[in-house]
Design a binder for this molecule. Sequence first.
Ligand SMILES: [Zn+2]
Length: 373
Amino acid sequence: MTLSSEELLAGLLDWVRIETHTPDTAGLNSLMDLVESQARAFGATCERFPGVDGHGDHLLVSSPWGDHSKPGVLLLSHLDTVHPKGTIDKDLPIRIEGDKCFGPGICDMKGGAYNGLAAMRAIAASGVTPPLAARILFTSDEEVGSPTSRALIEKIGDWAKYALVTEPARNGGHIVTARKGVGRFTLKVEGRPSHAGARHWQGRSAVTELAHQIIALEAMTDYDREITVNVGQITGGTGTNVVPQFASAEIDLRVPTLAAADEMVARISGLTPKTPDTKLIVTGGMNRPPFEQTAAGKDLFDRAEVLAREIGFELVGEKTGGGSDGNFIAQKVATLDGLGPDGDDVHTLNEHILVSTLAPRMQLLKRLMETLD
Ligand SMILES: [Zn+2]
């Protein structure tokens, strides 16, 4: 049984019609209900993790085949989108233009998420028993950094031998083999306050010291090594006639490797004051670790490349600067990302998929689940 892209689109649009902006727990949970009922209908086992801290539920779907006590194949899919409720009625109604189908979240990432479940259903219907069990984790908070799903992703990641992330393909169908890690820091400077007129010499300016530190931080950027340090926000001082006691900066760090992460965290945490009698306090650290291609990840890519060629398309891997849920487990588990359908303009009111990429991409997920061992 091979589904056409048009048949897949019909099922996908049922998921897109239920809007699931991250804070919209009612919308998210009603889509989780639909996904759960569709999964149970072909014999999959479902486990619901009730939402906490104002987020929606998460749902773990386990394949009807395979020995789930042994490591298997994990698909990571988020069902939340960045589009507020009502977007589908006004600003981004579902519409088809040629090969493009527009709709909120259709590309990021309901297309890939739907394809994963469709692939599992197709395998269950075929009667073939793949070598490994498979699971799909549908989460509700990826677009805000996965605060309530990260621990679950890491825990189920411990079970996984392979991880397939159904984020959209990019730049003409490329899949993602590496993502940069993201670090966040706050630097607080404490100086000594003083009257700017009467006793200027007694003061130790936190703002002046922060200025030195900003220059030092920005100088850590090294494009050749794919490392960037960005001071994105600063505050300091209380009035023009006061030598400022406090100043602070918010810092964003991007690194391609774990080694670079360790090095840069140490450098940023180890900043020392240049002005006498001032003090620096650095807090923060890595938020998402880098997802660098491991040997096992390369091997997984090579296998996927062969399967894609059999299906009829060329698989091209690329590195990207943005993070995904794959970052949480890629160092331990062979991971491929960007396995969703091709499309563009995600997070905008032009978000769309290329409909003709649905079937081959679903087929690739199916063949990976059928053959990985
Ligand atoms: Zn996404």
